[in-house]
Write a protein that binds this ligand. Sequence first.
Ligand code: GLV
Ligand code: GLV
Length: 330
Amino acid sequence: MAGSPKVFVARRIPEDGIEPILAACDARVWEDDLPPPRAALLEAIRGCDGVLTLLTDKVDDEFLDAAGAQLKVVSNYAVGFDNIDVPAVTRRGIPAGNTPGVLTETTADLAFALLMAAARRLPEGDRYVRAGNWKTWGPLLLLGPDVHGATIGIVGFGRIGQAMAKRARGFGMTVLYHDVHRADAAVEAEHDATFLPLEELLPRSDFVTLHVNLTDQTKGLMNAEKLGWMKPTAVLVNTSRGPVVDGAALATALKAGTIFAAGLDVTDPEPIPMDHPLVGLDNCLIVPHIASASRATRGKMAEMAAANLLAGVRGERLPTPVNPEVYDRA
Ligand code: GLV
Ligand code: GLV
């Protein structure tokens, strides 16, 4: 549309998001399944009023310079925004948006699925059957820990961490948590959750599940030392960000049996290279960053990302900005 805001959408997203964008903007959508290479991205965003980005698109000074001074909004199709240099966009007074809330329950569902599948060895069992190894009912075949009644240690007690607590209570689990901010007494009571420092939470937990944002403080949080605090029977679940776990240290621990199993939705890097030591381990379940991948949730994320993009190009306040401070200094 002539005179409409110019936007670039860095990948095909569900129709719920694409439709309103196409209706209101002069929009170009990157049609390839793979992300735009850096040079193509920088070229595509030149002169844009708004850009809809994914976790795979790094938004930094180079990106902002390439777009130009007219850029009014960066809308990230994700709740996490570690791909965005927030101080850089904020310095330029540009609001950035994310999609919080809508993916909380869907992500917790997947985290719980990983927890159960890693504990009860579902991928190994499936491989065993398909390899033709199933000869009889085996009293000692594919034994793992119980999920019900176990102790879960939730690291990062935000929306998704609390949604995990709700599921864990349904399985009669004891809920421990750690967070940089201790939750209100009412929230602790609602989830019957006990706050502990990591050095106490990790040795007590049968399951450790990570729900922190990736920051300088959480990068490498689960290193060799902290993995060493976990029980040899324990399972680690990561649906947060790959770099929160030291992958080499995790592979060493899984191989040595100092922890029992891991279920990972995120790795460092992504995709995980096929020669990474974790890929060769039977007790490491890995799925390709699909925690929010239900049809309904991806549709809602698309609606939210479109709403942020359209508000931004119209000069309105984003419904869900990650840097609301841009609005404080007008
Ligand atoms: C996915 O990882 C997200 O942050 O939405
Ligand atoms: C993300 O941090 C969430 O809890 O939704």
